[in-house]
Structure formats: C-alpha cells, structure tokens
Ligand binder design. Structure first.
Ligand code: MOS
Length: 743
C-alpha cells in the first residue's frame, strides 16, 4: 500500500483549524505600522488637486503619500511571465503620476499607527478630479484584434482549419447563438495583504501569493533591485483562484510605505478594494455557430468571443481553445477580440479561458442536440475526439468515454424524467443537463530539496504555494513513498522565495510539476545515502549497486541487509543528508497533447413562478490521471462544482456603465453560493495513470472541476423550462422576464 493514492487528511489541517497557520496579514512584526488606500472615484481623467492636510493632522498618522510626494521608481524592463503577465502594455505605475485609469485606482496611501487610524485618515483625503471620457460600455464597436505578442503566447486572434463557413452554409442542421458571461471575481475569503519590512536595503515581503518567485521578480523590477535582496514569504493562502498569480500594485505600495516611515508596514486590502486592486474574470460575449449532419456528426464549429481588458494592459484568455480541441470536427474557425475599457486589468480566475469557452460551447452543443432531436450525451459521443483534432497528435491519455458512461449511469441519465408530468413536483419542475469538461494539462520546470535527519524525519522544501488544494499533503505523500517513511515523518515547507525555485501554483500544474520534482529530489537523496553506505572499507553496503538498494521503514535495504538511516548518519557524524532535484517537460510535450477530462451531469428544480433555480444534484466523473489523494481530489471537485453553481446562478459584478464602477463590490451583493445553495454533489474518478505525461502519472485537477458545470446547469434549466437564458447568471429576474416574453 502506497501513501500516494490514499485518502489521508490534510497534513496542515490541524494548523488551520487551530489558528496556528499564519497568513500574510498575521505576521507579528515589532513596530508594525498600517496603511490604507485612497481609491479614485472617477474611471478616467487626472488628479487636478489632492488635499491631504486634514489626514496628515489626524491622530496616529505617520505619512500621507500621493503621486506628488512619492519618489519615482525605476520600473526596470522585465520579461513578462508566460501565461500570467499581460503580453502587451505596461502595468499600473502606482503613485507615479496624476493619471486615473480606472475607478478604484489607488491615488493616495495613508500610513498610521493602527489600521483604524489609517482608514479614518484615508477618508479625510479629498481629491479634485479632471475627468475625461473613456470606454465604459462593453461595446463591440470598440473590439480589436489582440496583439502579435498575445497571439504568440497561445491566444491567437483568428484560427481556421478546413472550410468552416462553407460547411456551415451547406449544413442540414445548425444553430447560431450568442451568449454573455459577466465580469466575475475570485472572492476568496482571505483578502490580499502584504507586510513589507526593510533592513539594510534588503526587503522582506509577507504576501498572499500563488507565486513567491514572481513577486520577488516583479518587485525587483519595480524598485530596480537585485532579486537576491528580496525575500517573499507566503506559507498559507486562504483561497486565491488565480488572484495570487500576479503581483498587484498594493505590494509596491506596502514596500514604498515601509521605506517612507522606516518601519514595517502592513497593507490589507478591504473587500471593496479587492474588486479593483486585484484582477477578475473578464466580461466575455460570444457567438457560436455549430452545424451537423442529420445523424449528429459535427460539420462546422465557428466560435467567436470578445473579452474586456484594461486601457493600459492587454489581457487575453484561452476562451476558444475548447472549440478547437474538444470535438472531432474538420471545419473549425475561432476569432478572439478585445475591448479596451476603463477597468483595472483582468486576470486568470478559476479555470481561466476554458471555463468561459466551455460555458458557451457546451450550451451551444445542447442547443444543437435539441435542434437535431438527439440525446445531448449521444451528440458528444458521436463527435468524440480520439486524437487532438487541432494538432492531430495523440492524447497522452484520455478516459473521457468511461467518464461519460459511468457518470451517466450514476446520475441515471437514461432514466431522467422527460414528460411534463414526470418533471413536475408541486411548485417545481425538474430538469437535467450535461456537459463535457476539458482542461489542457501542462507541466513546467521546478526544483525541490529534501533533507533526511538523523532522527529519521525528512524535510521537503520548494518555493511553491498551497492555496487550498492540498499541496502540503500531496507532496508529503510523494516524499513518504519515495523515502519509505510514514507520512508523519515527512514535513513539507513551501511558500518562501529562499527555497528551491518553482513556477506558478496555478493552471493545475502543481502536482505534475512539483510532484515529480520532489520524487526526483528523493531519488537524489537515495543516491547520497547509497554512497554513504557503500563507499569506504567499512561501508555496510560495500559493493552493493545503487539499483539494488531501497529505502524502507527508515532503513536502506539491500536483499537481507538492512542499514537504519539513523545509524548510518551517526556513523558518519552527520546531522542530516540534503539532496536537490528537479523535473521539467520532455519530448512528450511535443509528441502528445495532454488534458484532464470530465463529464458533468446536473439536475435542477425550477420554480417557474418565482424564477428560482435550485441545483438538486451534480454528478461529475473525471479523468485527471493518477489520483494522489482521493479525499482531497473529491474535495477539490466539489469546490469546483460550487463555483460552477455560482457562475451559473449567482455571480456577477454589476457594472454601472455611466459611472464606470462595480456597484456590488462586497460579499453581500456579489453573491457566491452558500451551503443552502448547494445540492447533493458527487465526484468520482476514472484513473488514467498518465505515465506518458510524467513519471508520477498525474495530469492536474483544480480547474477541470469547474469546467462544464455552469453549462450543465444552464442546460438543465432549459430542460426544466424550455427557456434558454443566454446571459449569465440565470437569476430569477431573467427567468421571469424570459417567461413573460414567451407569453
Ligand atoms: Mo488558477 S486561475 O491558474 O490559480
């Protein structure tokens, strides 16, 4: 029995429930001062004057910083990080000038003895604005093609294969439908916060981050420092879902404030500030055209999408990847456009791109199934992509067919109620819908270290993060197996830029990336132990080959011989043995396409008179490669389903296009699902153990768990009511309005 594959509980669970886990805002530094942001209240223009005298005289205030008082920072050139930093434009140069680019932009920072004093004084800063006109409306008339750089980074403006227009025009059956998904926010419980502390020109940042190395690189770029003079610490992250991939302006503000007052400074964003001082899922509108033969073979997929970006940076998503890769179809065209608006820059959020694209594609597939009079599941099976339809390459693994079959069986898809009488239950009407889930799997280059101590314990270190999926636990499991130790004797430390380098904790790449790096470090450790045990005249395993030695129960084992590690280290006068290792993609990345897959089935109950939708149950079957920890994996899937319920039914940033402002920048009006909104959720796995993709056999989970969920729910609402709500979320108002329009 290996530890990998076992449903062990979170190793960091006790620290989290007892409060021993320390989050960014909680580090207790001596002499800590507190900062509060003053946010712009116009979306575009200039600061004509800024009045700070009252704030400066307020109790406890140490400094009031504006663009007039803040030193000019170097903003050294820096290569953008693939997939994370926008490919064009320049980040917000916070407090470096009088220009206002979005409502909510920081225009001043107050530093005080306490957070309350800083906030009270921030309210006293008065700003005179000289507003200018700006794009405040999501108006397709402004749409433009993405830049060359963005296209090169895998977000092409246009793609085409075969003859999509011709095939569509000649089709026997087709649909031509348009959808809208609103701007959505990560809404993690832990707010972004940074504590900055300077000592002898060196900067330490305690920051909420999914990528400490990126924070270090970004701040080095902003301040013109050497990366070696910056340390970023982020051991625990209370949910981030993509918001912690970039280094937002408040990190620069915290570092500037600490420099200005000569003390450590804490800057914790308010919930309102989170809506404009970190990114968001961009408002995206879409047109999908699908055509098929009478038998349900797809003859054309034409998918267009337009997303919003800011006026100063270009952020584009992989919204159209699913249209190119999910179904076998010879004629496919995609077209992506951007609208520059007076908003802060969007960012990856919970399955960026694919989740949005699959909402559109999977709803359109349901509309096509309806037009064909075909079962929606049969339509998916009729167009199953045996190889990647875009590149023609084989999948490194694909157990999607089994996901469809097993999830349909568990859900009872074939037996779902179909007649109005069977669907009706008192006031409510039941409906069932399904969707495919697809998320490309990648891995990246990473390193890790592992130390084995004379007391028998091991310590793994890597500069990755754990925003909640259970990285501490899963890496502990990998190391426990590789070192032949019980889980309790492995300690994992992460979230510190002083540790071996790791890429972003995002894009569902962490286990495929770090899992293999930790396994490699453990193999190197075994090499070192073997050398200690086999070299020298008195060596207990003298002459024994490395391949014949294994670690088990804290001892090197070779046939009948057993050398406890504790004794081995003591004999050499060593406290510990340390080894480093790493992993990176190989040839398989060129020869194969890799992706996580799933099949999602949802049942809703709609009250047609009230327009209310309740998700009664969701069943999802997933192929995520090898499952390291079934308990945590299920937990992640259920989290994804809950987020999908939010996308389908509740989440929407209300944008006032006259003011250019998010009107519900709080958690009482921006609605994330609560337990009462969540029905029965079932997630299970069809393991594909993908050793082609990487030695550990994992593909990546996280994001695929959200894919398809909102489409399955929207399709179930249609099944219940006959209403297609093509603008998300499906609120009671939209259902009642659509009902009235139908008459
Ligand atoms: Mo994820 S949106 O890559 O954190």
């Amino acid at each position: 029995m290996t530890v990998v594959g076992s449903p062990v509980s979170r190793v960091d669970g006790p620290a989290k429930v007892t409060g021993a886990a320390i989050y960014a805002a909680e580090f207790d530094l001596p002499d800590l001062a507190h900062a509060a942001i003053v946010q712009a209240r116009v979306p575009s223009g200039r600061i004509a004057a800024i009045h700070t005298a009252a704030a400066e005289a307020a109790p406890g205030v140490l400094a009031v910083m504006t663009h007039e008082t803040t030193r000019r920072l170097p903003w050294r050139p820096r290569d953008p990080r693939p997939g994370v930093d926008p490919k064009a434009g320049e980040r917000l140069h916070v407090l470096q000038g009088d220009e206002i680019l979005f409502d909510g932009q920081p225009v001043a920072l107050v530093v005080a003895e306490s957070e309350e004093e800083a906030r009270a004084a921030a309210d006293m800063v008065r700003v005179d604005y000289a507003p200018t006109a700006a794009h405040l409306r999501f108006d397709p008339a402004y749409a433009r093609a993405p830049s060359e750089a963005t296209a090169k980074a895998g977000r092409p403006g246009e793609t085409s294969r075969g003859d999509p227009e011709g095939a569509f025009a000649a089709a026997e059956v087709s649909v031509d439908v348009s959808y809208a998904q609103p701007r959505e926010h990560h809404a993690a419980i832990e707010p972004h916060a940074t504590i900055a502390s300077w000592e002898d020109g060196r900067l330490t940042l305690y920051d909420k981050s999914q990528w400490v190395d990126n924070v270090r690189a970004e701040i080095a770029h902003v301040f013109g420092m050497e990366e070696g003079d910056i340390r970023v610490i982020s051991p625990f992250v209370g949910g981030a879902f993509g918001s912690g991939l970039r280094t937002w302006p408040h990190v620069t503000l915290a570092a500037l404030a600490a420099e200005t007052v000569g003390r450590p400074v804490r800057l914790a964003l308010t919930r309102r500030a989170l809506f404009t001082n970190t990114g968001f899922r961009p408002h995206t509108e879409s047109r999908v055209r699908l055509s098929a033969t009478r038998e349900g073979r797809l003859t054309a997929i034409l998918h267009e999408a337009t997303g919003q970006t800011s006026s100063y940076e270009e952020y584009a998503e992989t919204t159209l990847t699913p249209a190119r890769q999910v179904y076998a179809c010879e004629n496919v065209a995609t077209r992506y456009r951007l609208i520059d608006m007076a908003v802060n820059t969007p960012s990856p959020m919970r399955g960026p791109g694919a989740v949005t694209g699959e909402l559109f594609l999977e709803t359109a597939m349901d509309e096509l199934a309806h037009a064909l009079g075909m079962d929606p599941l049969d339509l998916r099976l009729a167009n199953f992509a045996e190889a990647d339809p875009d590149s023609g390459k084989p999948w490194s693994s694909k157990a999607l067919r089994a996901c469809y079959e097993q999830a349909a069986a568990r859900f009872g898809w074939a037996e779902r109620p179909r007649t109005p009488e069977a669907k009706r239950d008192g006031r409510t009407v039941a409906g069932s819908g399904m969707a495919t889930a697809f998320y490309p799997a990648h891995r990246s280059k990473a390193s890790a270290s592992v130390a084995l101590y004379a007391n028998g314990g091991a310590m793994v270190q890597a500069a990755t993060s754990d925003m909640g999926p259970g990285t501490y636990t899963a890496l502990s499991q990998v190391a426990a197996d590789a070192l032949g130790l019980p889980l309790e004797q492995v300690r994992v430390e992460i979230g510190d830029s002083a540790m071996p380098r790791a890429p972003a904790h995002g894009g569902s790449i962490t286990m495929a990336t770090l899992g293999n790096s930790v396994a490699d470090a453990c193999a190197s450790l075994l090499d070192a132990l073997h050398a200690l045990a086999s070299e020298g005249p008195d060596a207990p395993l003298r002459g024994v080959a490395r391949a014949d030695v294994a670690l088990a129960d804290g001892a090197l084992v070779a046939g009948e011989r057993r050398v406890p590690v504790t004794e081995l280290l003591r004999a050499h006068g060593r406290e510990s043995v340390l080894a480093e290792g790493g992993s990176q993609p190989g040839r398989e990345a060129q020869d194969y396409e890799s992706a996580a897959f799933g099949a999602v089935f949802a049942e809703v109950r709609v009250d047609p008179e009230l327009g209310s939708v309740r998700v009664h149950r969701i069943v999802g079957g997933y192929d995520v490669g090898r499952v390291v920890n079934p308990k945590l994996a299920r937990s992640q899937c259920i989290g994804g389903m809950v987020q999908g319920i939010g996308m389908a039914l509740t989440e929407e940033a209300i944008w006032d296009e006259r003011l250019g402002r998010v009107m519900n920048a709080n958690l009482s009006d921006y609605l994330v699902p609560v337990c009462a909104d969540v029905g029965e959720l079932e997630a299970f796995f069809v393991e594909s153990d993908d050793r082609i993709f990487n030695p550990l056999g994992v593909k990546g989970l996280a994001e695929v768990a959200l894919c398809g969920v909102s489409a399955a729910i929207a399709n179930a609402v249609f099944d219940a009511t006959g209403l297609r709500i093509r603008t998300m979320p499906i609120t009671p108002e939209r259902i009642v309005t659509a009902q009235a329009a139908r008459g």
